[in-house]
Design a protein around this ligand. Structure first.
Ligand SMILES: NC(=O)c1ccc[n+]([C@@H]2O[C@H](COP(=O)([O-])OP(=O)(O)OC[C@H]3O[C@@H](n4cnc5c(N)ncnc54)[C@H](OP(=O)(O)O)[C@@H]3O)[C@@H](O)[C@H]2O)c1
Length: 258
């Protein structure tokens, strides 16, 4: 299949012109939220069905197609670090995060071949057999409040035990490791924690042309946002189309009233 093309429907860029994925990625990076002192900029990157589901049978893979995968991997390849919830790492069996061509591109640009893969789990609920723990190409950082219940290869996995493993503490540590851009790839519990704590700057939502149905929908955020149920306001910055798939780029208005 030929590489997918994307059309900017609104916002920054050249409305109407179809571009390869790099055009969409360039536009998103050019319209990034302003940097914040002391921590990296964060963007949530999520895929949902039109009826709002973020998982089918417990995983997100069925929601993605070639357009979503191209954008997701392209954004990954430009990130310094990925922040992923342990529920997601366990469910999706994370290992390496990029393919060989993306790794080579990063190395040619003087970057490590893979972005850092960070997670936060206060109770160290990371399954011992998650492939990333055994994949030397992946440099992982686990922010926790609990010593690991099993041996971890400290050659490529850093365990950082903190008195309070909050998103902000993890992001500050990532900044100290040189990260300026962090992609939060979910899941809904961790993404909600970032939004609740006011450290989610942007959101890129892929709207997948599917209806999932069912009685118990897992949606993009799980858990209270902590402001008496007041929704968090966002500004729409860009709308892209690739085939039947929509890509919506938002900035969160952290600190602004809804
Ligand atoms: N469609 C998509 O784009 C997408 C993306 C990602 C995941 N998913 C789907 O989402 C599901 C997994 O999501 P999930 O919500 O169960 O798990 P999750 O958000 O990936 O991870 C949840 C874990 O994060 C830890 N955590 C750390 N700090 C937290 C905080 N302040 N608040 C809450 N949790 C915190 C908790 O472990 P501790 O209690 O040990 O701290 C918790 O168990 C899977 O089905 C996956 O396929 C979909």
């Amino acid at each position: 299949m030929s590489d997918p093309l994307f059309r900017n429907l609104e916002g920054a860029g050249d409305p109407g012109g179809a571009v390869p994925v790099a055009g969409l990625l360039d536009a998103i990076v050019a319209d990034a939220a302003p940097p914040v002192a002391g921590r990296p900029r964060t963007i949530g990157v999520m895929v949902a069905s039109v009826d709002g589901h973020v998982a089918v049978n417990g995983r997100s893979g069925a929601l993605g197609g070639p357009e979503d995968r191209a954008v997701f991997r392209g954004l990954r390849s430009r990130a310094d670090a990925l922040l992923v919830g342990t529920g997601t790492l366990n469910a999706e069996r994370y290992s390496t995060t990029l393919d060989a061509p993306h790794r080579q591109e990063r190395e040619a640009a003087g970057l490590p071949p893979e972005p850092l893969l960070a997670t936060i789990t206060r109770s160290f609920a990371l399954d011992e057999d998650v492939p990333l723990l055994h994949e030397p190409l992946t440099h992982a950082v686990v922010y926790t409040e609990t010593e690991p219940p099993y041996g971890v290869d400290d050659g490529h996995v850093d365990v950082v035990v903190l008195p309070s493993a909050t998103p902000e503490a993890a992001l500050r540590d990532l900044a100290g490791r040189g990260a300026r851009q962090v992609n939060c790839e979910g899941g809904p519990s961790l993404l909600a924690a970032l939004a609740r704590d006011g450290v989610l700057d942007e959101l890129l939502v892929t709207v997948s042309p599917l209806l999932v149905g069912g009685d118990d929908a897992l949606t993009m955020l799980r858990g209270e946002l902590g402001r008496d149920g007041t929704p968090l306001p966002m500004a729409l910055r860009g709308v892209w189309r690739g085939g039947d798939v929509l890509f919506l780029h938002y900035h969160l208005k952290n600190g602004s009233p809804a």
